[in-house]
Design a protein around this ligand. Structure first.
Ligand code: ATP
Ligand code: MG
Length: 396
């Protein structure tokens, strides 16, 4: 008989009708790819579940990886058993004895309709055996341990321990977005929200050397390296933004500089997103966080593009964002000091309600169109793959 296995239950959403098969195939492919470091695992997917049979692998290590795969709802550690009553009784008692607590409940799901006992009869047979041979007691409302038994055609499966999955959709099901990645706390958390939704990310960063230092590139590498846990290859492109930014400060009144700079960023991002087949642009903006993120500002900034912009953190509190960044491991990287193009050129009194009319006035002062084109067409880029940087030459 086989040993332990993890039973993966898929999410409910998007699994109906014709979508279901595509969804499951994608998830199954993603599970296999994330577990490629464990070649001894046997992975079997069907319509309802994926089974991952363990040999000598460390169950904890396998579980940690599975919990980061989007599209998985729940993960149960399952012990296969013969279907005869005696085998099930013995296995249930043996496993229950390993668990802490005093009370238990037995649940039986009888997919195998030809089984000689009803679900209820099997429940009673197992519960009676445990009551007769141990000091455990039954509690059907709030048990310390739930013995879930599934009777299937190919055998019985007992699960005691269940773990939450990441939820959402399998990565790649929902296309790819261009994420504006700064070195701060918010944008990596925005990336995480997208990845859990099954959306692939590609990153774009605006750098203004020598005002911004090279240390920010190290940060981008480290941040994307952490995000590799959820997407094993992440492209990071860097926009040479210095000249355009200097010109903004030459031609635009100080309170409008950030607004115009963000409008330029969006124009450039729109070209890059289209060139790179991204379906939307995403940012780590959160409503009201700073002057450029009031709804008035966002509207004025957004006016330059009709490309969809996703702001996963729009309504999140900073403390929740920080909490998530600590959980996913980007926080310590994000708080390393660095100069961002937004902070270096920060006006003393940025406009919180900038008007489109004023923006259009300032944007008549110089020929920024060619600079925007040039920025979008002279990106440098690198690929982060499983935590390691690969430059374009190495990829070939
Ligand atoms: P934090 O707010 O934690 O300092 P942040 O990344 O959110 O970091 P903001 O100034 O709030 O920084 O910028 C809002 C959003 O604009 C960012 O989440 C990011 O998506 C985008 N952004 C800002 N600066 C850059 C940059 N230099 N390159 C790419 N995107 C940027
Ligand atoms: Mg922010």
């Amino acid at each position: 008989m086989r040993g332990k296995c993890y039973l993966i239950r898929y999410g409910e959403l998007g699994t109906k009708g014709d979508n279901r098969k595509v969804f499951i195939n994608k998830l199954s492919k993603n599970i296999r790819s994330s577990l490629k470091g464990f070649p001894g695992l046997e992975i079997i997917s069907d319509r309802d579940h994926t089974y991952i049979y363990l040999n000598d692998e460390d169950p904890e290590a396998v579980l940690a990886i599975l919990q980061d795969v989007s599209g998985i709802q729940r993960i149960s550690l399952v012990l296969p058993s013969d279907k005869d009553v005696e085998s099930l009784q013995k296995l249930c008692l043996q496993e229950l004895s390993k668990s802490e607590g005093k009370t238990f409940k037995v649940n039986v799901k009888r997919h195998d309709k030809r089984y000689h006992l009803s679900s209820y009869e099997l429940c009673v047979a197992i519960a009676d055996y445990i009551l007769d041979n141990s000091s455990f007691e039954v509690d059907v409302h709030n048990p310390d341990a739930k013995l879930n038994i599934e009777l299937r055609e190919d055998g019985a499966y007992l699960s005691l321990h269940e773990y939450p999955g990441a939820g959402g959709y399998p990565l790649g099901m929902n296309g790819k977005v261009l994420l504006l990645l700064s070195g701060g706390i918010d944008s990596p958390v925005a990336a995480y929200s997208l990845l859990r939704r099954g959306i692939k990310v590609e990153c774009l960063h605006f750098a203004a050397p020598p005002y911004t230092s090279n240390a920010v590139i190290d940060k981008l590498e480290d941040l994307a390296g952490v995000l590799n846990r959820y997407q094993d290859k992440i492209m990071v492109s860097v926009v040479p933004f210095t000249k355009l930014q200097e010109d903004i400060y030459k031609h635009v009144a100080e309170p409008y500089c950030i607004t115009i700079m963000r409008r330029m960023m969006l124009r450039i991002a729109t070209i890059v997103a289209k060139n790179n087949h991204c379906l939307a642009i995403a940012t780590g903006e959160s409503i009201g966080q700073v002057a450029s993120q009031t709804l008035d500002s966002m509207q004025t900034i957004n006016e330059v593009t009709n490309f969809p912009i996703i702001r996963p953190l729009a309504c999140s509190d900073k403390l929740d964002i920080i909490h998530t960044s600590q959980k996913i491991g980007t926080y310590e990287i994000s708080i390393r000091p660095y100069e961002d193009c937004c902070t270096i050129f920060k006006p003393k009194k940025p406009k919180t309600k900038p008007s489109i009319k004023d923006c259009l006035y300032y944007e008549k002062q110089w020929d920024w169109q060619s600079q925007v084109e040039q920025c979008a067409n002279s990106l440098s880029y690198f690929l982060m793959e499983q935590g390691k940087r690969k430059d374009p030459e190495e990829e070939k």
